[in-house]
Design a protein around this ligand. Structure first.
Ligand SMILES: Cc1cc2nc3c(=O)[nH]c(=O)nc-3n(C[C@H](O)[C@H](O)[C@H](O)COP(=O)(O)OP(=O)(O)OC[C@H]3O[C@@H](n4cnc5c(N)ncnc54)[C@H](O)[C@@H]3O)c2cc1C
Length: 317
């Protein structure tokens, strides 16, 4: 990694365990992990990798990932900043994709700007949220995006409009292209600061009630996507409802189990839990729903690395 030595402020880590960089606290080794926090650092790193014709994959906070116990055989670029990098001009906000999604949501309400409460309390970065079109309560982050800055291999930046990004429920074109997102621009509407803050508190309380505290019960959020509505005017059906009907809350394999209050969240119940346990348990849950309802649940959590009994839709092998 000598070719990165003149880039200021990045950290290069060798032979680390990815469990230290995923919210699930699972995952084996990777040869190199490069930590970048700013668009400038990311741009230089991408350009250098391209010059040297080397493969890498970019991740955010690792809150939507299940990394295999064997780890991965390529460089991981971690684009994450614990310090928010946000600029505001009237109702337009430009944010580094390394900023935490919830830091952005808080910034917006503090400025009396509405539109981003749907990402309140969602772990992970703005970059990860754009990739998966994150959201809650029927609203998603893409609804107020005006442009996404994408780094192309030579380090050049291209600003893409949302209509080019194929945003759908928990999907964007980034899920298939592995392009790198450096910054995102949002257009928000003026709102009442106090009522936005009140709404934020309500959301945080409700999330606290329904979701595990991932510091105590590591997880990656909902394991499966909600199910397509049966008619266009209907809402999506919660995958958790189907999973509850087949008794998923009582299922466990090895150290992996299902969160007692949410039938669609797999948690690392104890230290012995492996990524393979989680994967195996997810397959049991899938099978139980298929056997009872002839319904094929789609995974929301992204897989990295090899799993026994694996499918093809991993980010990298
Ligand atoms: C307790 C809990 C609750 C959750 N609740 C919700 C919820 O309510 N709604 C919801 O939508 N999600 C939820 N999630 C899932 C998760 O928080 C989101 O998917 C989040 O947006 C992922 O962001 P991340 O930075 O952690 O991405 P990662 O998990 O690090 O990566 C996810 C994907 O994005 C790619 N990626 C990340 N950053 C970039 C970038 N800058 N450029 C290109 N690709 C990139 C990675 O390669 C990977 O494919 C929850 C997770 C947990 C643990």
């Amino acid at each position: 990694m000598n070719f990165l030595s003149d880039i200021q402020g990045i950290h290069i880590k060798k032979n680390i365990l990815l469990l230290e960089y995923t919210i699930f606290q699972l995952g084996g080794p990777c040869p190199f992990l490069i930590e970048c926090a700013t668009p400038q650092q990311l741009k230089q790193v991408v350009a250098k990798f391209s010059e040297n014709k080397l493969f890498f994959i970019v991740v955010g906070e690792g809150s939507n990932l299940l990394v295999s116990d064997q780890g991965v055989d390529c460089t991981i670029v971690r684009y994450f900043s614990s310090k928010p990098q946000i600029e505001q001009e009237d109702n337009i906000i430009t944010v580094s994709a390394s900023t935490r999604a919830d830091d952005l949501a808080l910034f917006a309400v503090q400025k009396g700007l509405a539109g981003l409460n749907c990402i309140t309390g969602i772990p992970g970065t703005v970059g990860g949220a754009v990739v998966g079109n994150a959201g809650a309560f029927g609203k998603q982050i893409s609804e107020c995006i005006t442009s996404v800055s994408v780094l192309v291999p030579n380090g050049e930046v291209i600003d893409e409009e949302p209509r080019a990004l194929d945003f759908r429920y928990r999907f964007s074109r980034f899920k298939e292209t592995q392009e790198v997102i450096s910054e995102v621009k949002f257009s928000l509407s003026k709102g009442d600061r106090d009522s936005l803050l009140k709404k934020r508190d309500e959301i945080l309380l409700s999330r606290k009630d329904k979701h595990p505290d991932y510091r105590k019960d590591p997880c990656a959020g909902s394991f499966f996507k909600n199910v397509e509505p049966v008619a266009p005017e209907e809402k999506r059906q919660a995958a958790g409802w189907f999973l509850d009907q087949v008794g998923s809350k009582k299922m466990s394999i090895g150290g992996a189990g299902v969160f007692e209050k949410h039938a669609n969240i797999i948690i690392k119940k104890d230290k012995s839990c492996t990524a393979q346990d989680v994967y195996q348990l997810s397959r049991e849950m899938f099978k139980a729903v298929f056997d009872k309802f002839s319904l094929k649940l789609e995974r929301e959590v992204r897989l990295m690395g090899n799993f026994e009994g694996d499918t093809d839709d991993r980010i990298i092998r």
